[in-house]
Each structure stands twice: as structure tokens, then as C-alpha cells.
Design a protein around this ligand. Structure first.
Ligand code: ATP
Ligand code: MG
Length: 312
């Protein structure tokens, strides 16, 4: 388990066995940070109170959906967080995996995880220790700056590098109904790893000309992965930032519908609440439940879950 020094924020990996004898004794333990020598109290009962571990393994593996597009700022994180939290609200057990060094999924949910995907990939901690219960039914495996170092470790592997994430996440496969992955913009070894793990791809496309070019480029890259991994399919294209007041975005949406009739989803309209909600650490369902954005993401939840009664 991880204990964080309140002064210098250094994370200390402590064996649970060392502190277990103090559970329920009411005794206060004092820890000394190995880095800055700061002494601070450790509330043992709180450490063990609720670790947010999901229920026992299910008979079926989770559906693994990655939200990705190389182009930046198209609504990947917004979609991953709100789709994930919407599925959780509908009663599904969801794990949201943030594979981005920006670590914005945690920010959008108002959480500051002390451990996450980095510790899982480096095997410093067990999967249960790396995830955090962010909401009812919604667990988070946080991303962040430390993933940059992990990318270098993956790059240095002489073989099997693309399966690193799949191997690390395998123990969690049966604990959730959905594993939703947010990815960073661009193209790197971690995204390749995501595409070797996920089975379904959801691409948010901002209704502007550049992201449409970005979509074509991305589909080429996806095609090169599909040569080696037949299971991965482009399942959903979600148009984002639809501004109904102007013509341009509407005609781009019409174009997308023609080009991708089987994968196109109803659009997420432009809505200020989506920009404001993250600074309050709230999902759109918490921040503006009556907004058009909330209605659009609820619709997406119904499409992805194949459950037309979800969140109606
Ligand atoms: N439909 C929308 N209407 C208005 N603002 C939106 C909408 N979708 C997302 N936003 C805002 O646009 C910005 C970019 O969205 P987001 O961070 O989800 O994109 P991203 O693709 O994850 O970006 P990056 O590539 O940097 O990870 C954020 O400030 C977000 O709040
Ligand atoms: Mg993002």
C-alpha cells in the first residue's frame, strides 16, 4: 500500500502486513518520510476503511473500449469520463483507464490518485492498489506525468512490447462490465499498447475540417494494427462540438454520416457546461444534468450499452 508524505508528496510503498496489527486498536502510528525526514501521523483504520475494490470476478470479461484519435482537443477525455460515468450511473461496473501523461481524467472527476497505471505497469503495486473508486460503480486507473518513464521502459523491451498493457490489465478483465480507456493525442508506444488490448474503438471527431483529416490518418494507422490484431474494430464515431447555429459543422456531420453509416453516432452538441464541469471535478450528469450535453452523453450510454432503457 502507498503512504504519501504530506510535506514533500513522496510516495512510500509500505507492506500492509506491517500496519495490519494496529487495525482497530485506536493507536496512532507516526511515520518518518525517508526523503525529507518529516514525521507525520498515519491513521491505520482509514487506510483499511474502504479500498474501493470492485466485486468478485464476473463470468464474462469486460468490454474494452478505447477512446482515441491522434488529433488533440477533440473531446477524448470528456467523452471517456462522461461515457464511463454514465455507464456507471446506469448500474454497470466501469473501470476508466487514463493512458495520457496529462492525467486529466482524474482532474475531471475531482480526484488525486496517489497511484495509477504507472505503478501497475511497473508492477510496484497490485492492480487493486492502483485503482481508486471515483464514484459508485466507477473506478479509475489514473494516468499522469510518470507514464512518460513507463513509455521508455516499453520502448526498450526487445520483444512483446505491444502486449505490456494487456498483461498488466489482465487481472482486472473479469471485475468490470466495461473498461474505458482514454488516450493521449499523437501516436506512441502506449497507444499501440491500448490498441493491442482494446476490442472496440470509439473515435470522437470534432466537427471541424482538420479533425476530419485527422480521422482519415488515424484510420490508416488503425489499419496497420488490424493486420496483426483482427479483433480490434472501429465501432463508434462520435461527432463532437456540434454547433447547430452554423452550417459548417452540420454539413461535416452529414458528410461523416455518408462516409461511415454503420459507425456514426448521434453528435455531442457544443455546450459550455462541458468546459466548466471539470474545474468543479464534476461529470456532466452532476454539474448540468438538464443540459443538452447531459442528454447527448446519456444517448451515447444507451448506444454503447445496447440498453435503450439506460438513463432514460
Ligand atoms: N461538446 C463540447 N462542447 C464544449 N466544450 C467541449 C465539448 N467537448 C469537450 N469540450 C471542451 O474542450 C476541451 C478539449 O476537450 P478534451 O480535453 O476532452 O479533448 P481531448 O481530445 O481529450 O484533448 P487532448 O488531445 O489534449 O487529450 C476541454 O476544455 C473540454 O471541456
Ligand atoms: Mg484528453
Amino acid at each position: 500500500m502507498i503512504i504519501v508524505c504530506p510535506k514533500c508528496s513522496r510516495k512510500h510503498n509500505v507492506s500492509p502486513d506491517a500496519v495490519k496489527p494496529y487495525i482497530g486498536t485506536g493507536k496512532k502510528l507516526t511515520a518518518t518520510c525517508k526523503s525529507c525526514r518529516h514525521r507525520f501521523p498515519v491513521l491505520v483504520d482509514e487506510l483499511f476503511a474502504h479500498k474501493g475494490e470492485p466485486e468478485p470476478p464476473k463470468a464474462f470479461k469486460a468490454r474494452k473500449i478505447c477512446v482515441t484519435l491522434s488529433k488533440g482537443g477533440v473531446g477524448k477525455t470528456t467523452t471517456a469520463v462522461n461515457l464511463g460515468s454514465g455507464l456507471a450511473l446506469a448500474g454497470y461496473k466501469v473501470l476508466l483507464v487514463d493512458t495520457d501523461t496529462q492525467g486529466q481524467s482524474a482532474y475531471m472527476l475531482g480526484k488525486k490518485p496517489v497511484a495509477g497505471l504507472t505503478e501497475l505497469l511497473t508492477q510496484e503495486l497490485t492492480p487493486a492498489e492502483c485503482i481508486l473508486e471515483a464514484r459508485k460503480n466507477l473506478w479509475l486507473l489514473g494516468g499522469g506525468k510518470s507514464l512518460a518513464g513507463v513509455k521508455r521502459i516499453i520502448d526498450r523491451k526487445s520483444f512483446g512490447a505491444e502486449w505490456t498493457l494487456s498483461e498488466a490489465l489482465a487481472p482486472l478483465d473479469r471485475q468490470f462490465d466495461f473498461i474505458i480507456m482514454d488516450t493521449s493525442p499523437g501516436w506512441d508506444q502506449l497507444i499501440v499498447n491500448v490498441l493491442f488490448y482494446a476490442k472496440e474503438v470509439l473515435v470522437p471527431v470534432a466537427l471541424e475540417v482538420m479533425p476530419l483529416h485527422g480521422l482519415a490518418e488515424f484510420l490508416k494507422s488503425l489499419g496497420s494494427i488490424q493486420k496483426y490484431r483482427k479483433e480490434i474494430v472501429l465501432k463508434y464515431i462520435v461527432p463532437t462540438f456540434l454547433d447547430t447555429r452554423i452550417k459548417g459543422p452540420q454539413s461535416l456531420y452529414a458528410q461523416l454520416k455518408k462516409l461511415y453509416p454503420d459507425t456514426i453516432c448521434p453528435p455531442v452538441r457544443y455546450n459550455e457546461s462541458l468546459t466548466e464541469a471539470p474545474s468543479f471535478g464534476k461529470t456532466i450528469f452532476e454539474f448540468a444534468p438538464g443540459s443538452t450535453a447531459s442528454a447527448d452523453y446519456r444517448k451515447l450510454v444507451r448506444i454503447v450499452s445496447l440498453n435503450d432503457k439506460a438513463l432514460v
